[in-house]
Design a protein around this ligand. Structure first.
Ligand SMILES: [Zn+2]
Length: 265
């Protein structure tokens, strides 16, 4: 499932290929991915205009359209991805929407399970409020003090809190495991047992993990050697203590950890 670093990579693709260029055509091979707006209206908003700038909030990519204030919302659900295709390149499997960009390239949104969505957002602040999104996990507004404040006194497991988009926006199952592994915190630890020093350190680790993943284009094969992610399977060797990686379930989600490095608190 695309999480903050994956969406950051899609933003990089869009910015590097399609920003400030005229959108010549919009086509849907499956318009079920478009939510809350008709194909006709969506095409009318975009056609002949340009993508003026993009920004990311959690797992959402919002792209402002020139000539007005609306933003195109891209949310990648469980299986969504954004690709840039050169003139002759074939569309990937499960392509649902294609933006043809001046010069011949195309931006393709593929989504096998169709749990992602494309839409129009008129006002960014209202969108964040309506969706009840917490602050962007690596945004300036989520400094260490705010992070401690948000989590202090919360009930329940730390992994569940990190993945709750209304607490912090952007972290899903995979990066929650990585962050907790790097912070040596057991995912089932009760948030109330983590003191403010531990939470401050966790904030630091969260920034470091997400930024490192973005720097490597969210490609786990390029991740630092001490990351859990390339060893995300039961029985794999913990890159730190050489113990065994274990799989448990936390809130129904497959969770990987090193029980020797991550003590329950
Ligand atoms: Zn270990």
């Amino acid at each position: 499932m695309p999480e903050l670093p994956d969406v950051a990579m899609y933003k990089k693709i869009l910015d590097g290929t399609s920003l400030h260029k005229t959108i010549e055509k919009i086509s849907f091979s499956d318009s079920r991915i478009l939510k809350g707006v008709s194909v006709r209206k969506f095409s009318h908003i975009l056609k002949g205009n340009r993508f003026a700038r993009s920004l990311q909030h959690g797992k959402n990519l919002l792209v402002q359209v020139s000539g007005g204030s609306p933003h195109v919302l891209l949310h990648f659900g469980m299986t969504g991805a954004l690709h840039f295709l050169e003139r002759d390149e074939d569309e990937p499997a499960y392509t649902r929407c294609v933006f043809t960009i001046a010069g011949g390239g195309r931006l393709a949104v593929a989504d096998q399970r169709l749990l992602g969505r494309i839409g129009i957002v008129e006002d960014l602040w209202s969108f964040v409020c309506e969706k009840g999104l917490g602050p962007h996990a690596i945004g300036k507004e989520l400094h260490a003090e705010r992070f401690v404040q948000i989590l202090s006194g919360r009930k329940g497991m730390i992994k569940t809190a990190l993945m709750n988009q209304s607490v912090i926006a952007g972290i899903g199952n995979i990066y929650a495991d990585e962050i907790l592994y790097q912070a040596s915190i057991h995912p089932e630890s009760d948030v109330r047992n983590l003191d403010s020093k531990t939470l401050r350190d966790l904030h630091d680790v969260m920034q470091r993990v997400l930024r490192a993943a973005i720097a490597k284009d969210a490609d786990s094969e390029k991740f630092p050697k001490d990351f859990l992610l390339p060893n995300r399977r039961s029985g794999a060797t913990c890159p730190r203590c050489k113990g065994r990686v274990e799989r448990i379930r936390v809130n129904g989600r497959g969770t990987y950890l090193c029980p020797r490095c991550q003590k329950r608190q």
